[in-house]
Design a protein around this ligand. Structure first.
Ligand SMILES: [Zn+2]
Length: 417
């Protein structure tokens, strides 16, 4: 087989539903996207289910599928993916969990579950928590993430991730932090782990409430980050690296920890730079330039762009539409740079829909396409959810979509002989 290169552009939360202010079109249908349309006219389109019809997914599960995994088989839980993305080492038997720095009163009632979206000082707070010793010789490795986010790894014998969250969810104000419990109680490892998690949360309050960073915050009328709340506990699973399975050099460009974590799991070289913000203010020029460089060095590149999802969560259809148009103009820059090369496939998909009026992820299939010089094209001519109903790829799942791309690239294996 002749091997060719490929790039997959993931527009996070791209798909939407009709918006009255946009003539009942979606932000994608309303947007002018001449460069995407060129690729679509000369490519093959379809609708992709992030996991399966009717299954709503988080970004972690949606991205896992687009890296080629069957998310029903290999989902680690969000905690471990974030921990790997943040650079922590996760061993077999460890339990990893996502944390928020939060603000509570003395009775552990939530004042703000994001500690006023704290932006500085969390590294000092994290240092005070890292290495915390709990009962049964369990030790906690702790690392801050962006803003109020952090990850913790519990290391010790006989731990289980089958436990509930302490984060009361949204809206949280006035609610008490939930006690962590075993999902199935009964003197199991999960009961023990739940006990240790509660111990960790209480100890975090003791350590953080009078920490100098928080004393300073209180002095400046800012909310103190005086406790940690936890969610998404999980353990490492044995999965095959996608890059090894197909014997490809691959990299993934993203500003988001969860994508970086999945890239590492899949054996893709993670690439993130200052200016890649995981929001609509991300430096698209930088991302496109880095993508071009990575494509020179690698067989396969994934480029993740988050802002479309943020605009959906914030119910900002106009911003979403404008951001799509901005991305399209940089796709034009990308196309100018690869002119004359006929060994590249360009694909575009999304990890899930984030319709503005829903302000959350839905299970709607997402418009997706593949462009390449030797494809059998279909009759779809422009980017849009409804246009793609009749596309030549039909309706497939995210891991099938990426397999299709890898097959065009000539790196898949034959079933049978
Ligand atoms: Zn997402």
């Amino acid at each position: 087989m002749i091997r060719k290169k490929g790039i997959l552009i993931i527009l996070d939360g791209l798909a939407d539903r009709p918006i009255p202010e946009l003539d009942n079109l979606t932000p994608l249908e309303y947007a002018k996207t001449p460069n995407f349309d060129y690729l679509i006219r000369n490519g093959i389109s379809g609708l992709v289910y992030p996991a399966a019809p009717g299954v709503r997914v988080g970004t972690d599960v949606g991205i896992l599928g687009l890296f080629g995994y069957n998310p029903f088989k290999v989902y680690w839980g969000r905690g471990p993916i974030e921990a790997v993305g943040a650079g922590l080492v996760l061993n077999k038997g460890d339990v990893a969990v996502r944390c928020n720095f939060a603000t509570v009163d003395e009775e552990f009632r939530i004042i703000d579950r994001r500690a006023g979206r704290i932006r500085s000082g969390t590294n000092e707070l994290a240092k005070a928590l890292d290495g915390m010793k709990l009962d049964d010789d369990v030790v906690v490795n702790f690392k801050e993430g962006t803003e109020h986010r952090a990850v913790a790894i519990f290391r010790g014998n006989e731990l289980s991730a089958e436990i509930t969250d302490s984060d009361p969810g949204i809206p949280a104000e006035g609610k008490k932090i939930k006690e962590v419990k075993a999902i199935t109680p009964g003197f199991t490892f999960a009961d023990k782990t739940a006990f240790l998690f509660n111990q960790f949360i209480r100890k975090s309050y003791e350590i953080l409430k009078n920490h100098p960073v928080n004393q300073e915050r209180i002095k400046n009328n800012l909310l103190p980050a005086n406790i940690l709340i936890t969610r998404g506990a999980g353990m490492k699973m044995k999965v095959r690296k996608i890059a090894e399975r197909f014997n490809i050099n691959a990299s993934a460009i993203s500003g988001e920890t969860v994508v970086i974590g999945i890239a590492k799991i899949a054996g893709f070289n993670p690439v993130t730079k200052k200016g890649m913000t995981s929001n609509i203010d991300t430096d698209l020029e930088l991302k496109i330039n880095v993508a071009l460089q990575e494509l020179e060095k690698n067989d396969f590149v994934i480029l993740h762009i988050k802002g479309t999802d943020i605009a959906g969560h914030d119910n900002q259809p106009l911003k979403k539409m404008e951001f799509i148009q901005k991305i399209d103009s940089f796709i034009g820059v990308f196309l100018d740079n690869i002119k004359g090369k006929d060994d590249i496939y360009i694909a575009c998909s999304s990890d899930h829909a984030t319709p503005c009026r829903i302000r959350d992820h839905t299970a709607d299939p997402v418009p997706s396409f593949i462009w390449g010089k030797d494809l059998l094209t279909d009759n779809v001519t422009s980017f849009g959810e409804r246009n793609f109903f009749s596309g030549g790829l039909g309706k497939i799942r995210s891991n099938e979509f990426i397999l299709t791309l890898l097959d065009f690239m000539g790196v898949t294996y034959k079933l049978g002989s």
